[in-house]
Write a protein that binds this ligand. Structure first.
Ligand code: BGC
Length: 765
């Protein structure tokens, strides 16, 4: 339930103080958990079993009909509680479950710890821009440790939906458009949260939204997806499979219809693919209210039919809709779902509770929460991850990095000093409207921190964008939308902007989108800079002063004008708690940017969906005659997938293959040299792409099949090696309906982005 500010609906905290007792629980092996779960299952009634399949809201939401969960818990009708972060309340409810129910089964507490808990890391799209899975793993590990210390056992992360359309608001929550990069980031996040095995110190990951959610028609959130099986197999399912192979303990079924069958009632997805093909042994939770909304889709006749369809498709747990609570026992009594099926739904949930150590150690140690959440290493790691996530899109090579001796800077734009935007969505603050526990550093503050008191920093905000874009919460609660700024107000802001820029040595314009404009239920039909930001940018550029555009946004935006007219552009996304300091590190050269785009950057929304790994058309745009093109726009991206600049330059050379001919199933090794040819140290990302020239199906013009981020001193050369074998060369063919490597010739490229020209040829016999 992203973006719902739930503050007003929060349950008042109970003053009961519960001290956690005893020694930390030991890890329980999967075999032991399985044995214990089976024993427990034998003692359970149908109602108790159905209770474990119910996830109740921990906050009362009268507008959605949800109530305090106390009664249901004491009747043994709740297996999990979500959207609850008050530690005392978590302990209080857990005491009811453990002490007042017949079988003393603890509750699994769940929350969306998407990119940090107290310390907020950059949004997932930003972390993917680091092209460094190890930092995303470290970030999610810290986030998981914080969350577990605060009583959260389960996070609804990672979101691994491929997003090829920047209009879709949830592009910000994933790793972008590419299945290979997405798979690497998915594995890293599962590892970060769960560690090698689930245990008393780890957090259960939940891979979502299974599957195809990112392909929503028109980029409109929740809308239907139509994805042929070959695209599911070769693109959309790839990161899900990677996360499953990495040991993810839970999956979340998506909201939308997939090829006319809602994902939450889709047996092909949830049973045939996930359990039968991949061998998944964990459990599936529906997305919030999604079991109930099977009737809204026109797929289920009524609640009972919805419970039957979801349960028999493979949804173990019903998130928040209470449909299982109301109807599943009836369905079981008619044997439409038999006892063995019911047991199979319950078993993995009980196993997970044993593995997480909840039976031995159900309560939160309240005395340790604040100490854990305020560990200084959290902020240091956040600043590092944020620095690694930024992408330098343009630099005229004289403006950035800025000299620290600069005397007068004009900082322009509402986002420059917005604490509520720099951390992005899905934070505790943005969900609950709980103020002030994390202390985000804005870009304005970061610049001031960097320059100290002697520099003159002038700030012009511009009109509040909230007057143009009311929050979702305001819309839900029926608040009257605020009046948009008047023409006089706009003129006044522009005059102030011009004056500040005219008086400065350099202008830093921090523009983009309010964080609420991306994420759930936040699609956009245009990718323009909202409000009067474009006018502000043109105003500062007209002064002739060097302008650095810093973008804070959750999706690529239409910045064609800026790309031509400003000196430098830094994509910061929503960089997190230390974001402002991290932006200043990059602007002033303490950190050399090394991030790369995880998405193709469109010129305009009209190009969407836009992705680099498309097939060849029979008449590409660069050929004469009838071609695939627009009358009014170049169809290529403004910046290609994998692109990003540095304050130094890199040269890629000596691309070679250890074997130029291999048999199908064998591997070769790609070797490429990368040299830092500039004067400062920096990070290069070597990217390897392939293309299969002919086969049983048309193959994409390029596909990423390897990457590595390396730090290089000036003049330093490193030789990097990448395997190219079955895993990289195979694909799922719509003709054979199977995965396989097909004989033929493959192009291989290595370089700095998806347009790399360094080329070799591989023949598969
Ligand atoms: C979102 C999920 C989220 C869930 C629980 C839903 O509305 O689609 O991504 O995990 O709410 O908050």
């Amino acid at each position: 339930m992203c973006n719902f500010r739930l503050k007003t609906f929060l349950i008042p905290c109970c003053a009961l103080l519960i001290l956690a007792g005893g020694v930390a629980a030991q890890t329980v092996s999967h075999e032991e958990a399985h044995r214990k779960a089976e024993e427990l299952l034998k003692k359970m009634t149908v109602d108790e079993k159905v209770g474990q399949l119910n996830q109740s809201s921990g906050v009362t939401m009268p507008f959605l009909g949800s109530q305090k969960p106390d009664d249901l818990i004491s009747q043994g009708k709740v297996g999990s509680v979500l959207w609850l972060i008050d530690v005392k309340e978590i302990n209080r409810l857990q005491h009811i479950a453990v002490e007042k129910t017949r079988l003393h089964i603890p509750i699994l507490f769940a929350f969306d710890v998407i990119h940090g808990y107290r310390t907020v890391f950059p949004v997932p799209l930003a972390m993917a821009s680091s092209w460094d899975p190890s930092v995303e793993e470290q970030a999610q590990h810290l986030a998981g440790q914080d969350a577990r210390a605060a009583g959260i056992d389960w996070t609804f992360t990672p979101m691994v939906d491929i997003a090829r359309d920047a209009r879709w608001g949830r592009i910000v929550e994933g790793a972008g458009e590419d299945p290979y990069l997405g798979a690497a980031m998915a594995r890293a996040q599962v590892k970060g949260f769960q560690g090698d095995t689930l245990g008393p110190d780890s957090v259960l990951a939940c891979v979502k939204h299974f599957a195809g959610y990112g392909a929503a028609d028109g980029g409109r959130d929740y809308d239907s997806s139509y994805i042929p099986e070959e695209l599911m197999e070769n693109v959309y399912l790839v990161p899900f499979h990677a996360a499953e192979q990495a040991g993810a303990g839970s999956f979340m079924s998506a909201y939308m219809d997939l090829n006319d069958v809602p994902a939450t009632g889709n047996k092909w997805l949830l049973t045939d693919v996930l359990r039968n093909d991949w061998g998944f042994k964990g459990f599936v939770v529906s997305d919030a209210f999604a079991v109930g909304s099977l009737t809204t889709h026109g797929f289920a006749r009524d609640g009972e039919d919805a419970a039957y369809k979801a349960a028999s498709a493979g949804v173990n747990m019903d998130m928040a809709s209470q449909t299982y609570t109301r109807s599943l026992a009836n369905v079981v009594s008619t044997s439409k779902v038999n006892d063995a099926q019911l047991d199979a739904l319950v078993l993995p949930i009980l196993e997970t509770k044993y593995e997480l150590g909840l039976f031995e150690h159900p309560y939160v140690d309240e005395s340790k929460v604040e100490t854990t959440l305020t560990r200084p290493e959290g902020l240091a790691l956040e600043r590092k991850v944020a620095g690694r996530s930024m992408v330098l899109l343009k630099n005229d090579n004289k403006t950035l990095p800025l000299a620290k001796s600069v005397k007068k800077i004009a900082v322009i734009g509402l986002l420059a000093d917005s604490k509520s935007d720099i951390e992005g969505g899905w934070t505790v603050e943005s969900l609950f409207g709980a103020p002030g526990k994390s202390h985000p550093v804005t870009v304005l503050a970061g610049i001031k921190n960097k320059l100290g008191p002697d520099a003159q920093v002038t700030y012009v905000a511009g009109p509040p964008m909230a007057r143009l874009y009311p929050s979702l919460f305001d819309m839900i609660s029926g608040a009257r939308p605020p009046a948009p700024p008047t023409a006089d107000e706009v003129a006044d802001w522009l005059a102030k902007t011009k004056a500040a820029a005219g008086d400065a040595d350099v202008v830093v314009a921090v523009l983009g989108e309010l964080s609420s404009m991306s994420s759930e239920s936040a699609s956009r039909a245009t990718l323009d800079l909202p409000g009067i930001q474009q006018q502000m940018l043109e105003t500062v550029a007209a002064t002739g002063k060097p302008v650095v555009l810093v973008l804070e946004n959750g999706r690529p935006l239409d910045i064609r004008w800026a790309a031509e007219h400003v000196a430098a552009i830094l994509e910061a996304w929503y960089p997190g708690t230390e974001g402002g300091n991290a932006v200043a590190d990059v602007l002033f050269g303490d950190v050399n940017p090394g991030g790369k785009l995880p998405v193709s950057w469109p010129r305009s929304a009209g190009q969407e969906p836009l992705y680099y790994n498309h097939n060849l058309t029979h008449q590409p745009e660069d050929q004469p005659g009838f071609t695939s093109r627009y009358w009014d726009l170049n169809s290529k991206p403004l910046y290609p997938f994998g692109y990003g600049l540095s304050y130094t330059n890199f040269k890629f050379d000596h691309l070679r293959l250890s074997r130029k001919n291999v048999k199908a199933g064998e591997a070769t090794e790609v070797e490429v040299e990368v040299t830092n040819t500039g004067a400062v140290a920096g990070d290069a990302v070597a990217e390897v792409y392939i293309h299969q020239r002919a086969g049983s199906a048309s193959r994409p013009v390029r596909q990423l099949k390897g990457f590595k981020r390396v730090a290089l001193q000036p003049g330093e050369t490193q030789t990097l090696k990448f395997p190219l074998g079955k895993d990289e060369l195979e694909f799922w063919s719509p003709q054979t309906k199977a995965w396989g490597v097909e004989p033929g010739t493959f192009d291989v490229w290595a370089g700095e982005d998806s347009t790399a020209s360094l080329h070799a040829e591989l023949v598969v016999e």
